[in-house]
Each structure stands twice: as C-alpha cells, then as structure tokens.
Design a protein around this ligand. Structure first.
Ligand SMILES: Nc1ncnc2c1ncn2[C@@H]1O[C@H](COP(=O)(O)OP(=O)(O)OP(=O)(O)O)[C@@H](O)[C@H]1O
Length: 230
C-alpha cells in the first residue's frame, strides 16, 4: 500500500482576500511522498511564498484542501508543530538571547537529548562559531539567516518547509545547505522549498512550477530549464 503523502494539496487556492476569486495563482494539486524534495519554482510574485504559508498553516486556504501527513493543516496541533520545521521569509529570533541560547532553547523546548552537543555541531556547520555569543541584532543579515536555518535542524522534524533558503547566503554556505538537504532526505525527512537557486533545485526529486496562468507538477530538470529562462 502506498504510504500517506507528507504533503498533499487538492484544488488548493491561496491568497490574501476573502474569496476564491482573489487567489494569487490557479488551483494547486500536488502530492509529495515522505523523504522526497519538492522545489517550488516560479517568477517573482507567482505565489510560491503564499503556497508555503498555506502549507504551514499561516494562511487558511481560499478553496480546496491541504494535508500534511494525511491531516488537514492545523498549526495549533502539537503533533503538527513537532513534525514541521520552517524557515520562512521573516527574521524571527528572541531579541534578548544569544545565538547559542536561542538554539539551545529551541532544542530543549522540543525535548532533544544532548541539546548542547547538537547545538555545538550546528553552530559549526552553519559557520556561527565565532558569533554564537552575539545577540541577533548584532549579526549580519547572512549570519541571521544562518541562525534561522540552524534553528530548523536543532529540533525534531519530518517535514522541512523553506522559503528561498538561499537568500543572503554566500556560495560556500549554499553548498553546505545543499549537502544538508540531501542528508535530510536520506534520513527520511521531506523537504518543500521555494527557490530560485539551481543547486537547490538539484537537491529536489519533484518540482512544482507556478505561473500566472498555470500550476504544473514536473521534474527538477524542467524546473531548472524554467529558472534559466527567467
Ligand atoms: N501580505 C500580502 N497581502 C496581499 N498580497 C500579498 C501579500 N504577500 C504577497 N502578496 C501578493 O501575492 C502574490 C504572490 O506573492 P508571493 O510572495 O507568494 O510570490 P513569490 O512567488 O513568493 O515571489 P518572490 O519570488 O518574489 O518571493 C503577489 O502578487 C504579491 O504581491
């Protein structure tokens, strides 16, 4: 029997108004098996972030439905929050905690064993070693982005939802992120990401192509060709 998809949407309409007529793109039908990687690709303003907001429950669907591991999205459910790790297009960090304290708080809050060792590993992987005692306001924008990415990996996760994770990262860090996402998938974690980055698309197994007039499930190779033609 086929396993329950990690993410499935049917006739999903997303947008910021009240009615289906205000949807920012055509209905989205997609099914992502556990351990797969979905690259969501499209021009600026095509609806990638809006789709991801609906996937993580920040935006209610205007029509259709979206399910994560077979259940309608409800970010208030503890089970949903412990399964879904997100890095969205926002700068959310505790202003009065250092980088290390922020990561430790998240790990311990999620009941991670050996939280301190894990945080040390991630601080190293994300190149934050020398800044781990800095407050978020004292970080560069790229360092803040690294901290937010590291935060997604200090906690339990079955589905990672990333909105343009390549933003503000230098080339070396992008490479490390690609390696990390491949390892996540190999460990059974599902990755759903909006991206304009060919290397990240290369780490995906599935692609969703958004345009004003169409939404198409396709292969990463087609998504790459689309990005290159933009
Ligand atoms: N908070 C909001 N309220 C109203 N409209 C919004 C809001 N956020 C985005 N939009 C509009 O919704 C449409 C889709 O935006 P979205 O951010 O999903 O695009 P995107 O594909 O992620 O673009 P980009 O590649 O630039 O990040 C755009 O027309 C945008 O102007």
């Amino acid at each position: 029997m086929a396993s329950t998809p990690a993410l499935r949407s049917q006739g999903l309409l997303v947008g910021y108004g009240e009615s289906a007529a205000t949807a920012v793109c055509p209905p989205i039908d997609v099914s992502v098996p556990p351990g797969a990687g979905l690259a969501v690709v499209g021009a600026n303003g095509s609806g990638k972030s809006t789709f991801l907001r609906a996937v993580v429950g920040l935006l209610a669907p205007l029509g259709g439905k979206v399910e994560v591991f077979g259940r309608e999205v409800d970010e208030r459910e503890a089970e949903f929050r412990s399964a879904v790790a997100t890095v969205m297009d926002e700068d959310a960090a505790f202003p009065a905690l250092t980088v290390r304290e922020h990561l430790l708080l998240l790990a311990r809050g999620h009941g991670v064993a050996k939280a301190s060792d894990l945080v040390t590993e991630l601080v190293d992987e994300f190149g934050l070693g020398e800044r781990q005692r800095a407050m978020p306001a004292a970080l560069s924008s790229g360092q803040r982005r690294r901290m937010l990415l590291a935060a997604a990996f200090v906690r339990p996760r079955k589905l990672l939802v990333l909105d343009e994770p390549e933003q503000r990262l230098d080339a070396g860090m992008r490479d490390r992120l690609v390696t990390r996402l491949r390892a996540e998938r190999a460990a059974g974690v599902t990755v759903v990401m909006a991206t304009h980055d060919p290397a990240l698309v290369g780490a995906a197994s599935h692609a969703l192509l958004l345009t004003e007039s169409s939404v198409r499930s396709t292969k990463p190779a087609q998504a790459l060709a689309f990005i290159e033609a933009l």
